[in-house]
Design a protein around this ligand. Structure first.
Ligand SMILES: C[S@@+](CC[C@H](N)C(=O)[O-])C[C@H]1O[C@@H](n2cnc3c(N)ncnc32)[C@H](O)[C@@H]1O
Length: 219
C-alpha cells in the first residue's frame, strides 16, 4: 500500500530552495546545538538522522561522530546534502533514500546506532508508536534518541491544509510512547520557537521541543 503520508514529491520540489529560508536554518542550528549540549556526541558513535533533508542539522553533528547515516525519502533533498558534503570534504556522512516508516526491511536492518536524531520530521510519520519501536530496535543498548518537533499546535502551522501531518505532539503522550518501547526519557525542553504568520493569517508562536531518551540495557 502506498504510504499516503509520504510527501517526497513536495520535498523534492522544495529541495533546491530549502536552505534559503532563514527560519529553517535557525531552527536547525538550534536543534543541532541542543543535541550537542544534551547528548555530547562522541567520535566513537555511529549516528543516524531520519528525515535529514538537506542536512542542516547533520552537517553540524557529522564532525563530532564516527559515522553518520543520513536518511530521507526525498532524493532531491539528499542530492543537496550530497553536494554539500562533496564541497566541504566531510567524508563520514552516508546518504540513503529510505522510508523507515514503510518497512523495517531496509539496508539499515543489520546496523545499530548509538545516536538517532531528527528535526521536524516525526510529525510527518503516521504511526508514531510503530515508528518509535523501529527506532528502538535500531539503537544499541545505552543508545540515545533525540527528537525535535512541534509541541501540540492549532493545526495551522503548515500552509497546505491537505498535507497529512500530526499537529505537533503532547509531551506527556510522547514520553509515554517512548517509555513503552524501552526508551527512558532523560530531557524534555523547549529549544526554539517559530514566530510566523500561519495560514489563517494570524501571527502565532509555535514552540519546538527536544526530547532525549536512552535505551535501557537489558538486565
Ligand atoms: C520538515 S522536513 C525537515 C528536514 C530537515 N530535518 C531540516 O530540519 O531541515 C522533513 C523531512 O523528512 C523527510 N521525510 C518525511 N517522511 C519521511 C520518512 N517516513 N522517512 C524518512 N524521511 C522522511 C522529508 O522528505 C523531509 O526532508
Amino acid at each position: 500500500m502506498a504510504d499516503t503520508w509520504n510527501s517526497a514529491d513536495k520535498f523534492n520540489r522544495e529541495a533546491s530552495q530549502w536552505d534559503e529560508n532563514p527560519q529553517r536554518r535557525a531552527v536547525a542550528l538550534g536543534v543541532a546545538q541542543a543535541i550537542i549540549a544534551a547528548v555530547k556526541p562522541k567520535k566513537t558513535m555511529h549516528a543516524l538522522e531520519f528525515g535529514c533533508g538537506t542536512g542542516l542539522v547533520s552537517m553540524e553533528i557529522a564532525p563530532l561522530v564516527k559515522t553518520l547515516s543520513a536518511i530521507d525519502t526525498s532524493p532531491e533533498m539528499l542530492a543537496v546534502l550530497q553536494k554539500k558534503t562533496n564541497i566541504s570534504g566531510i567524508t563520514n556522512i552516508e546518504t540513503s533514500c529510505t522510508n523507515l516508516s514503510a518497512s523495517p526491511e531496509t539496508t539499515l536492518k543489520e546496523k545499530r546506532f548509538e545516536l538517532i536524531y531528527s528535526s521536524m520530521t516525526l510529525h510527518h510519520i503516521d504511526d508514531t508508536a510503530l515508528f518509535l519501536n523501529r527506532l528502538s530496535d535500531l539503537l544499541s543498548p545505552g543508545g540515545i534518541v533525540a527528537l525535535a518537533d512541534l509541541d501540540l499546535e492549532d493545526g495551522l502551522f503548515h500552509d497546505d491544509p491537505l498535507e497529512k501531518v500530526h499537529h505537533g505532539f503532547d509531551r506527556a503522550e510522547l514520553a509515554a510512547l517512548l517509555q513503552a518501547v524501552g526508551l527512558q526519557v532523560t530531557t524534555f525542553e523547549t529549544i526554539y520557537t517559530f514566530n510566523k504568520t500561519n495560514r489563517a493569517g494570524i501571527r502565532a508562536a509555535y514552540p519546538v521541543f527536544l526530547v532525549t531518551a536512552i535505551k535501557k540495557a537489558k538486565s
